[in-house]
Design a protein around this ligand. Structure first.
Ligand code: OAD
Length: 233
């Protein structure tokens, strides 16, 4: 049985109207990531951090899955035991496209986390610094997002999938943030073939066996149709 591990990044959701981070006009050109995506930034100014994620949650609610999300959901439905979807994205567009199982290694906008007792619950549309935890009542509510300096979620599960992969595909990610940027090498060392689907070559482009460049809404459905028709190359 041929297994595929797919890693997605912000480029997958770009055409749904959600900004990427490092492109021209990307989120990190407007905000300092030290302020809004680190535990230290949250300790300094929790209101600013909540404002940032409240705005992103609102954008996400308005956004719709694009043909790339729908194609990946179609692939996972066709081959549920063979396709592992890992995303760095904190939006829920893959789930709303119908994907049954998505590993969110950087957390989810739709979830809240208590900084005191680690309880997790469904995030309200608007979160504020003094919101009490529904379990322990500590006023330390934060978005359930993995910030720089924190450990990504589900790494054991991801490493196990990479070790068994026959094909690793990275979609719409710039290859700048580890550990995700290291998955291509990890999969390669474990014997998988590797493919990059992106608008332009990523920072790790030279590590992939093959690449296709173009907007995700075009290259992803084309690739999925080909794989479903012809099998894993
Ligand atoms: P980046 O913003 O770093 O990279 C986005 C990638 O998507 C780039 O390679 C673009 O060329 C590509 N791209 C843009 N539009 C596209 C389109 N329409 N179709 C296909 N590709 C397109 O985003 P990520 O690599 O996801 O983490 O960033 C990784 C992590 O850094 C994020 O999860 C986030 C960020 O800081 C945290 O906040 C912890």
């Amino acid at each position: 049985m041929q297994r595929i591990v797919i890693l997605t990044g912000a480029g997958l959701s770009a055409e749904s109207g959600l900004g990427t981070f490092r492109d021209k006009d990307g989120l990190w050109t407007k905000y300092d990531l030290e302020d809004v995506a680190t535990p230290e930034g949250f300790a300094r100014n929790p209101a600013l951090v909540h404002e940032f994620y409240n705005a992103r949650r609102a954008n996400c609610l308005e956004a719709m899955p694009n043909p790339a999300h729908l194609a990946l959901a179609r692939l996972q439905h066709a081959w549920p035991d063979r396709v592992t979807l890992v995303t760095q994205n904190v939006d829920d567009l893959l789930e709303r496209a119908g994907a049954a199982s998505v590993i969110h290694m950087h957390g989810e906008l739709t979830r809240a986390l208590c900084g005191a007792c680690a309880h997790r619950w469904a995030a309200p549309a608007v979160m504020a610094p003094k919101d009490p935890c529904p379990a322990c009542a500590a006023p330390e509510t934060r978005p359930d997002i993995v910030w720089f300096g924190e450990f990504p979620y589900h790494m054991a599960r991801i490493d196990a999938a990479l070790a068994q992969a026959d094909l690793f595909v990275a979609i719409g990610t710039s290859g700048n943030v580890y550990p995700a940027a290291g998955f291509v090498q990890e999969a390669s060392l474990a014997g998988a073939r590797t493919l990059e689907l992106n608008l332009e070559p990523s920072a790790t482009a030279s590590m992939f066996d093959a690449a296709r460049f173009g907007p995700a809404s075009k290259v992803v459905p084309d690739w999925v149709s080909e794989v479903l028709r012809e099998g894993v190359p």
